[in-house]
Design a protein around this ligand. Structure first.
Ligand code: BGC
Length: 870
């Protein structure tokens, strides 16, 4: 519901699902009619009508009755059912292996000959086509598209969608996704052509850091099924099979890590249209190396989400131009050129520059990240690669005959198309830049799965990174569907038989033993997604995996719940000379995951299990205290992270908690008010400072611009979040290129603190049904505006300090209510008003109490303008 009026509420609702738009228009829900149901629940209603079958189209709308009993109908919407049963797939897997096998053979022979490793082959990309005839007039055409590799589907000269990297990344030996496209507008009566381009992608291209390809198979495949429905009620299927033809064309190489090479002289003009002569095209093969489950992709596709034009162009070496696009992001470049036939343009990509102005690429490790375009030489040519991406802010271009113009090479940012749901701006430009850097680092790494980085030869779904960042991710974009997909990679396909969760998901490329704080992603991520969006289904689906993981932790721990003598743990990754004992991390995370599993059990009504896990939590906590905490609140290791974990996960109580909190602050003070935390500690550092009432310290940390701090990177030109606090320093220059990404989101987890404390927006319990609005002021910030489109609607705060006065604009969505904390000046007589009226006379607001330095109000939904005059 959306409404500007105060206290608006849904009092009842009705959902209609119909088999045709016409029936729906007549308010006939022949598939499902809930009838009018009383209640204010607006999310998470699961379809419970007539069982639906493959390919069925469903038309639906919802009616809400508002507070006054008025009925309001939504616009109609539709969905279609996928191919639900294996036998619904009449199309088969096809491929074209000839040139690939030839190259593989040559490269093998070469390495056998001189006995050493040769640069392995990068095969050309195959094109596929099939002519078909649509004999009658079409009412609907639906395309189901999948691949072992990456497929781009064409129909009668058009790409069928703007999606990239279809069908995404899964453990292909277990499952592969397909996407469904309504292509009714592209099919015509008479002759048609369905075509496809197939690249290696994650299936058989280079993935990860081992310099290896072919993780899932050597022979990429496509599977396309086009369902034609005719006006006379009959239907037909056009599917991939032995009657297709294939060849290779202009895409000579295409690989995520290596880049793409395109020879425009080899273009196949008109290949995806009727009338094209394909006599010299070859037959396809019709088998496949794997036989995965076919499932509809549950998440958003990867798309171009923004374009960046050059801000500056330099020429650090003769003939090598460097374009600064102003923002570090992930994607590729679009090139416009009028060249001569065979002219070769080379594009290389980098996040930073060396001191001589050339591009810094040593941190890419074995990722060649080079795109090459060879001109046709017939007027203006425009090209962008479709089967690779890079992480970059700078493009180096070579092979031009004159300097490039600013719009000749444009940066195209790719990301999973997760809707943007957050905004932040305040009176401190550095904090605004920090928000920008966090946002873009998220977009650069949310490409099909949550990755560690988008630039070097890694780009893996690191679980530790994902769990520390997931809550912040939800505040920038709607990532529910995105995570719904990845949680299967992690909790279902990635879990080891003994219950351990992996280091990365999909798991194939790195280890299956994540270790403390990495493996725990298997519990923390599903819990967080439930907690933010309120849909129990992700919990239901993954609860058994969570429970199995806790059993695994129990089994390998000692009888007193403390760690075994040997286990794998990455530790507080990339901290500043402040290693936290791994046993502390182990035990703290074991306790935390146990607590979350207890909460999940409670939500799912598994009361006995909830009690069992709560009891286990209590025992782990006691063991933690006994083993690692002294009576004066010292925690083994005496690091910021040790205190942060104990306080964040409620592992210390009473006097010990107070003392531990003081030790944390003292530790920060001793470092001249700087942090020393790595990935694990940074996640909760600021949130713990808020929790212990020390936002004054949190503000000191966030304003820092000296090493180590968020501001330090910004001081040195960062447009993204760096992997390491010291990725570059004035004294030493770049860190070890072996591990020096400038787009790792982990330290960006601080955005949760910014939204909750500067913006003052927090959920009070699951899914923002009740909200807490409590901006935490400090002496320096004078204004901040923060918004978050929650699952229940937009929440917004905008506050200003002006002289002694404080004003706060708040928007609270319908069907929710909020507790609002207004800061008071204890030394002044505060007068609180709302839109110019004294509080007592304002509808929708109740003053609960005034405390020393704040007034506590309960507020109904709607939009408010509070002023506190001093
Ligand atoms: C990745 C990290 C990851 C780590 C494991 C690195 O190579 O980039 O982000 O969490 O390995 O410690």
């Amino acid at each position: 519901m959306e409404s500007k009026s105060r206290g608006e509420k849904q009092t009842a609702f009705q959902i209609l699902v119909a088999s045709s738009p016409k029936l729906l228009q007549q308010d006939k829900g022949d598939l499902w009619d809930t009838g009018k149901l009383a209640g204010d629940e607006t999310i998470g209603t699961v379809y419970a009508g007539t069982p639906l079958v493959s390919q069925e189209y469903c038309y639906w709308k919802v009616c809400v009755w508002d507070r006054d009993g008025h009925a309001i109908w939504s616009h109609p919407a539709k969905w279609s059912m996928g191919l639900l049963k294996p036998e619904d797939w009449q199309a088969g897997w096809i491929g074209y292996d000839a040139e690939r096998l030839k190259l593989a053979h040559q490269s093998l022979a070469a390495s056998a000959e001189d006995g050493k490793k040769v640069e392995p082959y990068l095969p050309p990309v195959p094109y596929f086509r099939k002519n078909f005839n649509a004999g009658r007039s079409i009412v609907r055409a639906t395309l189901y598209a999948s691949a072992l590799g990456l497929v781009e589907v064409h129909l009668n000269g058009h790409r069928v969608s703007e999606d990239f990297f279809t069908p995404g990344w899964t453990d292909y030996d277990q499952r592969v996704h397909y996407r469904t496209y309504d292509v009714t507008k592209l099919v015509r009566r008479g002759g048609n052509v369905l075509g496809a381009v197939l690249a290696d992608g994650w299936y058989s291209g280079y993935v990860g850091y081992a310099g290896q390809r072919n993780y899932y198979g050597k022979l990429p495949r496509i599977r396309l099924q086009l369902q034609l429905e005719y006006a006379d009620g009959t239907s037909a299927i056009v599917g991939t099979g032995p009657d297709w033809k294939a060849t290779t064309g202009p895409v000579r190489e295409a690989d995520f890590l290596k880049g793409e090479t395109y020879d425009a002289r080899q273009e196949l003009d008109g290949w995806d249209q009727p009338g094209f002569k394909d006599d010299n095209w070859q037959p396809v093969v019709t088998d496949s190396e794997v036989h995965p489950l076919m499932q509809a992709h549950p998440g958003p596709p990867v798309r171009i989400i923004a374009e960046f034009k050059a801000k500056a162009i330099s020429e650090p070496k003769p003939g090598f131009y460097v374009l600064n696009l102003g923002q570090n992001f992930a994607g590729m470049a679009r090139l416009k050129i009028s060249g001569t036939p065979g002219q070769k343009i080379t594009l290389r990509f980098a996040e930073r520059l060396n001191s001589d102005g050339t591009i810094y690429t040593s941190n890419l490790r074995s990722a060649r990240s080079t795109d090459t375009y060879i001109c046709k030489g017939t007027g203006v040519e425009t090209w962008e690669p479709h089967f690779t991406f890079h992480g970059f802010q700078y493009v180096e271009v070579a092979g031009l005959k004159k300097p490039p113009t600013k719009d000749q090479i444009v940066g195209l940012a790719l990301s999973s198309d997760t809707p943007v749901v957050g905004s932040f701006s305040c009176s401190d430009p550095m904090l605004n830049q920090l928000h920008n850097n966090i946002y873009w680092t998220q977009r650069a790494n949310f490409i099909e799965i949550p990755t560690d980085c988008p630039q070097r030869d890694e780009r893996l779904g690191w679980t530790g990174d994902a769990q520390v960042y997931v809550r912040t991710a939800t505040l920038n974009c709607d990532v529910e569907a995105f995570y719904t997909k990845w949680l299967v990679d992690l909790d279902e396909d990635g879990q080891r038989a003994d219950g351990e969760f992996p280091m990365v998901a999909p798991v194939k490329v790195a280890g299956d033993d994540g270790g403390p704080a990495w493996a725990d992603a298997g519990v923390i991520c599903p819990w967080t997604i439930y907690d933010v969006y309120g849909d129990r289904r992700n919990l239901e689906r993954h609860y058994d995996a969570m429970a199995k993981f806790i059993a695994f932790c129990q089994n390998r721990s000692k009888a007193n719940s403390l760690p075994p003598d040997k286990y794998h743990c990455f530790g507080d990754w990339l901290n500043i000379n402040a290693d936290t004992p791994k046993d502390v991390i182990y035990t703290a995370y074991f306790a935390y995951s146990t607590k979350l599993t207890a909460q999940a059990a409670a939500v799912l009504g598994k009361t006995d299990n909830a009690a069992k896990y709560n009891d286990l939590f209590t025992r782990i906590k006691a063991a933690f205290n006994q083993a690692y905490v002294t009576d004066d609140g010292r925690i083994s290791g005496d690091t910021q992270t040790a205190y942060v974990l104990a306080l964040a996960f409620d592992l210390v109580d009473g006097e010990r908690a107070k003392l531990a909190a003081q030790h944390l602050v003292d530790n920060i003070a001793k470092r001249d008010w700087h942090l020393s935390t790595g990935f694990i500690g940074t996640k909760d550092l600021m949130l713990v400072l808020a929790k212990i009432g020390r936002n004054d310290v949190a503000y000191r940390l966030i304003y820092n611009d000296t090493f180590p701090s968020w501001g330090f990177s910004i001081e040195h030109g960062a447009t993204s979040i760096w992997e390491r606090w010291d990725g570059w320093t004035p004294e030493r220059g770049f860190q070890d290129p072996g591990m020096n990404s400038f787009a790792h989101y982990s330290f960006g987890a601080v955005y949760q603190w910014m939204v909750e404390n500067i913006g003052g927006i927090r959920s009070d319990g699951p899914a923002y049904q009740h909200i807490i609005i409590a901006p935490q002021l400090d002496g320096k910030l004078t204004a901040a505006t923060t918004s978050y489109d929650s699952i229940r609607g937009r929440i917004e705060t905008g506050w200003k300090r002006d002289g002694g006065n404080f004003s706060l604009n708040v928007i609270i969505p319908p069907n929710t209510a909020a507790t609002v904390y207004l800061p008071l000046n204890p030394a002044a007589a505060n007068r609180i008003s709302e839109s110019g009226r004294p509080l007592e006379s304002v509808k929708g607001v109740k003053l609960l109490r005034t405390e020393n330095d704040r007034a506590v109000l309960e507020v109904e939904s709607g939009s408010y303008h509070f002023v506190v005059k001093r």
